[in-house]
Design a protein around this ligand. Structure first.
Ligand SMILES: Nc1ncnc2c1ncn2[C@@H]1O[C@H](COP(=O)(O)OP(=O)(O)O)[C@@H](O)[C@H]1O
Ligand SMILES: [Mg+2]
Length: 294
């Protein structure tokens, strides 16, 4: 595997489709995201950049655990389903592995990745590239002080921008899907190149309910008694207690509820609504306690 790419998928890939389906956000957002990605392949190759200056970059921003990475991967599958017949690939870039290169080598690693590995794949067919946690690669240079941060990182950001421009010109069948938990840390020259910046928010009450239901019904495949909890009079309280948690935290909270005591852990069928409610309240308490002040 070329340096900086940690996974490569031939599309379509049903496992990625399952990820897309597992993220419960309003359908309107999913449709908008999918349509923008499709436009990249149906319009960008055919319309001059003087008319519509598309770069082939979509950025998903939002708090950690809201489903950005899952959506980005799932999106690749959904696009490939629409553009049937095209031999599509998804490349997953690991920004941390590039920036952890020896000092002075980051810029080179970034340039090589884009100009060789990614360009090569794009030359062979439509390619989607996941740039997960892109703030590591495209750091907001205006917020970096030169003494606190190695000049290397500045150069890496420059290299990303130069390469993005080159690839955008040469490969209209290439789409970058970037994610960031910290949009304020992403360089504005990068965000200005994005064709769409979509915010993925914390789930609202209705979404919390959907996530909790999906999680419990998934669990009930193995432990059938769990299914009854969603019909409990106190289920609505569990849902309210989840508001403020992200999707990942809600699913983890259910695991914590299963670990309420050794009996429940040994026999998950005995999970009670009280276990769920305490776990949800506890998770929220911990979340507010450990929240980093901006
Ligand atoms: N809106 C959601 N609906 C259902 N599950 C979610 C949601 N958001 C997050 N999750 C769950 O949280 C986990 C982490 O999601 P991930 O895509 O890694 O989030 P992010 O990249 O935003 O940190 C996934 O396993 C996913 O199932
Ligand atoms: Mg992520």
């Amino acid at each position: 595997m070329p340096k900086g790419i940690h996974r490569r998928w031939a599309l379509p890939e049903p496992a990625l489709g399952a990820l897309w389906d597992s993220i419960l956000i309003d359908e309107h957002r999913k449709a908008q995201l999918l349509s923008q990605a499709i436009v990249n392949f149906t319009v960008r190759p055919k319309v001059s950049r003087d008319v519509i200056p598309l770069h082939g970059v979509i950025l998903l921003v939002g708090p950690p655990g809201t489903g950005k990475t899952s959506l980005a991967r799932g999106l690749a599958h959904r696009v490939s389903q629409v553009l049937k017949g095209a031999r599509m690939q998804l490349l997953e870039v690991e920004p941390h592995s590039l920036t952890s290169s020896a000092m002075g080598k980051t810029q080179r690693a970034v340039s090589d990745l884009f100009s060789q590995s990614i360009a090569e794949s794009a030359a062979n067919g439509p390619t989607i590239v996941l740039l997960d946690e892109v703030e590591t690669l495209a750091v907001d240079r205006s917020k970096l002080s030169l003494d606190a941060n190695p000049i290397d990182i500045h150069r890496a950001t420059d290299a990303v921008l130069v390469q993005l421009d080159l690839l955008a010109e040469q490969h209209p069948n290439l789409l970058f899907v970037a994610t960031s938990n910290f949009p304020e840390a992403v360089d504005s020259a990068f965000t200005s190149r994005c064709d769409l910046i979509m915010e993925i928010p914390l789930p609202d009450e209705a979404a919390c309910e959907q996530i909790l239901r999906a999680c419990l019904s998934g669990l009930a495949i193995t432990f059938p008694d769990v299914a009854g909890l969603t019909r409990d009079a106190d289920f609505a309280d569990c849902v309210s207690a989840c508001v403020g948690l992200d999707g990942r935290a809600i699913r983890k909270m259910v695991a914590n509820a299963l670990a309420a005591d050794p009996q429940t852990a040994i026999n998950p069928n005995s999970l009670s609504i009280g276990n769920l409610l305490s776990a949800a309240r506890y998770a929220k308490e911990q979340r507010t306690k450990t929240k980093v002040k901006p």
